[in-house]
Design a protein around this ligand. Structure first.
Ligand code: ADP
Ligand code: MG
Length: 254
């Protein structure tokens, strides 16, 4: 838990009046968002409301057309004119996707060691030691030499989490990390995320797992048609939503 009111804490994400269009479609509309270190923010909203686009902007996977965005002091400019900052942000921000996006031709251990060796310049032995520690932490130390296709979805997603953590990210983004999983595997991935939150990782999570959101989030953000329609603590959002849009969304999903 973080005291978001403290004036001395510098935000790790600072987004001001950010606008994003896909052609004529205005997907994000004047988004203002600040996230402080250690904060766990859950983003909820209907399909197509702009949740994925919002978090993809944070690690530079999507360009935006106006506004400002800085991540850990690295400022991205509109329309992608900021390649150096972009490179830094990509190494500092980890992301876990709905589809695990593992490299199918690489073993679990090689999936995890690739970026630390290539991007961070770690030795193979250092990278392997870190990978093994992370695999142990997500509960699949015995799967190191398997290939992704030999693992269950829940195991693959935990490898994806370990792979992101191997880069020692300052911030972790999750885009519906359990939506592609069979129900019996959702818990093991949420458990790993819960542990990470407890350890103080700064996290932005798009999820439909409302019980999990209530439990781990410091703040819930409800997005409606590219606008932050309402935000607050889980208690505020879930127990006393102020806006009709939030109320009708929650009535459909809770
Ligand atoms: P959510 O994650 O909340 O379901 P998205 O951020 O994926 O929503 O999408 C927001 C809107 O932007 C949707 O109308 C979607 O169709 C549109 N969109 C997303 N990605 C693209 C793209 N690459 N090109 C054009 N339109 C897109
Ligand atoms: Mg999405």
């Amino acid at each position: 838990m973080t005291d978001t009111m403290s004036p001395t804490v510098q935000p790790i994400v600072r987004m001001q009046k950010l606008n994003k269009h896909f052609g004529s479609l205005h997907v994000l509309n004047d988004i203002d968002l600040e996230i402080v270190p250690g904060e766990v923010v859950v983003v909820i909203g209907a399909s197509g409301s702009g949740k994925s686009t919002l978090i993809r902007c944070i690690n530079g996977l999507e360009e935006f057309q106006s506004g400002t965005l800085s991540v850990d002091g690295n400022t991205l400019k509109p329309d992608g004119k900021s390649s150096k900052a972009l490179q830094t942000i990509r190494t500092e921000v980890g992301m876990v996707f709905q589809q695990f996006n593992l490299f199918p031709h690489l073993s679990v251990i090689d999936n995890i060691t690739l970026a630390p060796m290539k991007v961070r310049g770690w030795s193979r032995s250092d990278a392997v030691a870190t990978a093994k520690r992370l695999l142990d932490r997500v509960g699949i130390a015995d799967q190191a030499d398997k290939y992704p296709s030999q693992l269950s979805g829940g195991q693959q997603q935990r490898v994806a989490l370990a792979r992101a953590l191997a880069m020692e990210p300052r911030l972790m983004l999750f885009d519906e990390p359990t939506s592609a999983l069979d129900p019996e595997m959702i818990g093991e991935v949420l458990d790993a995320m819960r542990e990470l939150a407890k350890e103080g990782m700064t996290m932005v999570i798009v999820t439909h797992e409302m019980g999990f959101a209530r439990e781990v989030a410091d703040r819930i953000i409800f997005i409606h048609k590219g606008v932050i329609a309402e935000q607050g603590t889980p208690e505020q959002l879930f127990d006393a939503p102020q806006h009709e849009r939030t109320q009708s969304f929650l009535a459909r999903v809770l």
